[in-house]
Design a protein around this ligand. Structure first.
Ligand code: SAM
Length: 444
């Protein structure tokens, strides 16, 4: 859009560009097109654009993808966008503060991409809402003031390197692809802008994100102080220092992401932090009537398709959202897909109920919650030839899970899960789908 066209829209809507809302509108169509090209649009994509404003970027997206969701805080601009795209069912305008936008509905719309020439004042909070793990995006293209984009991609030794760099880089590969001068905006801002492409990372070892964040906050709380004065006490500090290959006097900003992950792993005291599934675990083998007829190892049972036993637990909060877990990419079965709140095999000699109590504790850190049996599922290919007993529990408190098993957890409203399952069944473990069907039947 040219400056003239933008001024026209602003006149018609009565919008006086607000500094607080970061209302600097892009006036160069070829730059706008160049930014959008970095989204690598595909016909099946859903694009979420935050702060569409007068539509400078939006114009290059609409018509090229399955769906466009525009989240605009300014009511007059949102109304003008609604009017502009009123004939189109593939464009949805949401008049809302993007910091409060509920991302969970977007999982059903994947593949989803994120686009935003973000308002400078609230860009950080918007990024936190949209780009924190777990998120549904496979690519994000953002424009912000150059200084912030430099911080996102900075590495140790660079003056911009810090907490923000590590937080973002622990979830995303960041590449700065464009610098944009102030003159191509109306009104002209006082700062330069840059554009970055963010791609989700799948190359890092499992780590506890909550602990990582807590350690970063401590470490960068007083940048000039030596790290050992800021991190929690630990007996084997010397061993950690040796592992990091750094001097004992190191400071937070001297360590790269991999070293921060080593520190996180070192302070992670979850008993299951290292334990992947062991092929040597022993389970009961059962017959068609779920009667124990022998014992065998996990590896043998899974290789031969022998019948055995497992539990799944659906944990609900007070709003009746269901907690789902994103299985770790390092699991041998169904890696990287969404699953029941907790699930696991019965050990040899174990009962269904005591297994469910144990799994709730081990996988989510939930102690002694009342469990209600929802029902039983007969073994089939989808359950991995397991007899499954499905339980429900209600829980509100903090959750703590082993990063070796679970990448992330999220509470989802039931209608969101229903839509998501319809659109993208492959996003879920097949055992969960069977449990969901049983849950649907019993809650009718
Ligand atoms: N995309 C347009 C462009 O490139 O010309 C406008 C970008 S302008 C830098 C930022 C836009 O974000 C404005 O339209 C502003 O009204 C909107 N905005 C500001 N704060 C917002 C928030 N919290 N949530 C959603 N939109 C917001």
């Amino acid at each position: 859009m040219t400056e003239r066209e933008i001024r026209q829209v602003l006149n018609l809507t009565g919008v006086m560009p607000s500094r607080q809302l970061g209302q600097n509108f892009l006036t160069d169509a070829s730059i706008a097109r160049g930014i959008v090209d970095h989204l690598d649009l595909q016909p099946d994509d859903t694009v979420v654009e935050v702060g569409p404003g007068t539509g400078a970027l939006t114009n290059h997206v609409v018509g090229r993808v399955k769906k466009v969701i525009l989240v605009e805080f300014d009511s007059r601009l949102a109304a003008a966008l609604r009017e502009k795209f009123s004939g189109r069912t593939d464009v949805e305008v949401v008049h809302q503060d993007a910091v409060e936008f509920d991302l969970r509905r977007l999982f059903a719309d994947r593949p989803v991409k994120f686009l935003g020439n973000l308002p400078y004042a609230s860009g950080g909070a918007i990024m936190k809402n949209f780009l924190s793990v777990p998120h549904p995006f496979e690519r994000a293209v953002i424009m912000l003031q150059k200084e912030v984009i430099d911080r996102l991609s900075a590495v140790p030794g660079h003056s911009d390197y810090g907490l923000l760099s590590l937080r973002v880089q622990s979830a995303w590969h960041v590449e700065t692809v464009m610098e944009v001068p102030p003159e191509v905006f109306y009104p002209i801002p006082q700062v330069d802008s840059s554009v970055a492409v963010l791609l989700p990372r799948a190359d890092l070892p499992a780590f506890d994100r909550r602990l990582f964040d807590e350690l970063l906050r401590r470490g960068f709380g007083q940048r000039r102080k030596q790290l050992h004065k800021l991190l929690p006490d630990c007996d084997d500090w010397a061993a950690l220092v040796a592992k990091l290959g750094m001097p004992a006097t190191m400071r937070a900003e001297e360590l790269n992401l991999e070293q921060w992950l080593t520190i996180t792993h070192h302070f992670d005291d979850h008993p299951l932090k290292e334990i992947p599934q062991k092929g040597s675990e022993v389970f009961d083998v059962v017959d068609e009537d779920d009667q124990v007829v022998g014992r065998s190892t996990r590896a043998e049972i899974h290789a031969s398709g022998t019948l055995h036993r497992a539990v799944h637990i659906f944990v609900f909060n007070k709003r009746r959202d269901l907690l789902l877990q994103l299985r770790s990419r390092w699991k041998d079965n169904h890696p990287g897909v969404w699953d029941s709140s907790a699930a696991g095999h019965l050990d040899a000699g174990e009962h269904y109920h005591s297994c469910a109590v144990r799994e709730l504790q081990e996988e989510l850190g939930i102690e002694k919650e009342a469990l209600i049996e929802i029902g039983k599922i007969r073994p089939c290919k989808a359950t991995g030839w397991e007899f499954v007993t499905l339980y429900a529990a209600q829980y509100q408190g903090a959750l703590r899970f082993p990063c070796s098993e679970i990448d992330a957890v999220q509470w989802f409203p039931l209608p969101v899960i229903e839509d998501w399952l319809k659109n993208r069944p492959d996003d879920f473990a097949t055992g969960f789908i069977e449990c969901w069907k049983l849950f649907q039947q019993t809650s009718r």
